[in-house]
Design a protein around this ligand. Structure first.
Ligand code: FE2
Ligand code: FE2
Length: 273
């Protein structure tokens, strides 16, 4: 898989239903919470890589870091527009976003390059696993409309650039324990934001969920389905980077995900590089 920078257009309407996952309001809130993180986190990745770039000697890795940054810039711009629609439904989310901005500003100001690159790799490793789980018979099979398409495109590009942050970390610092420690840090940092954002959305739409999605019985059935089909791959994706043997080079990418690269290249408004 090569790293291709695609400029995309997704027709996200202001009136779109935030519950864009078939019969799964909790799943939709989970993806919407992840989307909220991205316009804060992805600029942090880009800035961290720009700081690391002068210390990297390998010309191929330098080239990949530039492509990585260009892909991430496209991602957060798309999610910024999407999040305006989500936040217009859930005004309480604004305070949470402020918290994220402060965190990333503080990391860039107060933490050293090893911490910030360790964070980038922790996030990228978890994202690779979650993207694979979502695209390979996971939640992306049930997402609908332009929002569903945007998430599929983003997850596919996360898989395309899955080795870059790992290579930067290994090239500049290396070492298993610090990498694993940063994976745990990222899980806790982003996990707590996602839980808080989901709870705001689910609380606000509690009555709608009860009326339209089968009340407590519906929620129980959805939970049973999640536990039976998606929990295993989800947990494996979160824990895989904690293994000393973890390497994104060892991950097998299913053929249908490889084909998504071609699909989104064909649908791009423009291939930037
Ligand atoms: Fe991204
Ligand atoms: Fe990424």
């Amino acid at each position: 898989m090569t790293i291709t920078v695609r400029k995309m257009f997704f027709d996200i309407e202001n009136t779109m239903d935030p519950f864009f996952v078939d019969n799964d309001p909790e799943g939709a809130c989970f993806l919407n919470a992840i989307s909220l993180v991205l316009p804060y986190l992805e600029p942090f990745l880009i800035k961290s890589f720009k700081r690391a770039l002068p210390y990297v000697r390998d010309p191929k890795l330098k080239e990949n870091m530039v492509l990585f940054n260009k892909q991430e810039a496209q991602h957060f711009k798309q999610h910024q527009q999407y999040n305006e629609v989500i936040c217009s439904h859930y005004p309480e989310l604004a305070a949470l976003e402020e918290r994220l901005q402060q965190d990333y500003d503080a990391f860039l100001k107060d933490k050293d390059l090893k911490f910030n690159i360790g964070y980038c790799e922790g996030f990228e490793a978890i994202t690779t696993g979650l993207s694979l789980a979502a695209l390979d018979d996971g939640i992306c099979q049930r997402t609908t409309g332009a929002a569903g398409d945007m998430f599929r495109w983003h997850f596919m590009e996360e898989i395309e650039h899955r080795t870059v942050a790992f290579d930067v970390y290994q090239n500049l610092f290396g070492g298993y324990f610090y990498r694993a420690k940063m994976s745990v840090f990222v899980l806790r940092h982003i996990g707590s934001f996602v839980m808080d954002a989901m709870s705001i959305m689910l609380k606000q739409d509690k009555e709608r969920i009860a009326l339209e999605f089968g009340g407590k019985k519906g929620a129980k059935e959805r939970l049973k389905l999640f536990l039976r089909t998606e929990l295993g791959p989800f947990v494996r994706a979160l824990l895989h980077p904690l293994s000393p043997a973890y390497s994104p080079y060892k991950i097998q990418i299913p053929e249908h995900i490889l084909k998504l690269s071609e699909k989104y290249s064909a649908e791009a408004v423009e291939i930037l590089c």
